[in-house]
Design a binder for this molecule. Structure first.
Ligand code: THU
Length: 147
């Protein structure tokens, strides 16, 4: 761990690498905009997702949504600590990619189940914008409201 890099920096870098790797198998033939997402849990597990598009365009799923669905289907019900989202390097102006509104709500489901406020690492060409989910989705509605 040289150069002043902390354990948390290293964990974030490997989460971003997992998201970047996941993006390689994105199914995005219509937008040609491949996205990878990676979720890190308190036990150290990483669950990834990619966007999965559909010929009926509006049915397409985002990478973050797929990652959350996979995690829930694996039986995870909380412990979400961090999320990395990576888009294509050759599109847009290089600004960090931020989860869409629907994905913020989907992320909030698993976050609120485990009462965590995960860090969202939005990867850009020259910077990683790190925001708490609560900053992206203030006052989010979730499972706690239904208790
Ligand atoms: N997309 C994601 O997978 N995650 C985001 O955070 C933003 C957008 C996908 C949806 C669609 O397949 C493509 O990117 C272009 O919008």
């Amino acid at each position: 761990m040289g150069g002043g890099e902390t354990m948390s920096d290293r964990m974030n870098e490997s989460l971003i690498a997992a998201a970047r790797d996941a993006a390689k198998t994105a199914y995005a033939p219509y937008s040609d905009y491949s996205v990878g997402a990676a979720l890190r849990f308190a036990d150290g597990a990483i669950v990834t997702g990619t966007n999965v598009e559909n010929a009926s365009y509006g049915l397409s799923l985002c990478a973050e949504t797929l990652a959350v669905a996979k995690a829930l289907a694996e039986g995870r019900r909380g412990g979400l600590e961090a999320v990395a989202v990576v888009g294509p390097a050759d599109k847009g102006d290089g600004a960090p990619i931020t989860p869409c509104g629907r994905c913020r709500q989907v992320l909030n489901e698993i976050a609120q189940l485990g009462a965590t406020d995960p860090a969202i690492l939005c990867v850009g060409a020259h910077e990683v914008l790190e925001l708490r989910l609560s900053a992206l989705l203030p006052h989010g509605f979730g499972p706690a409201h239904l208790d």
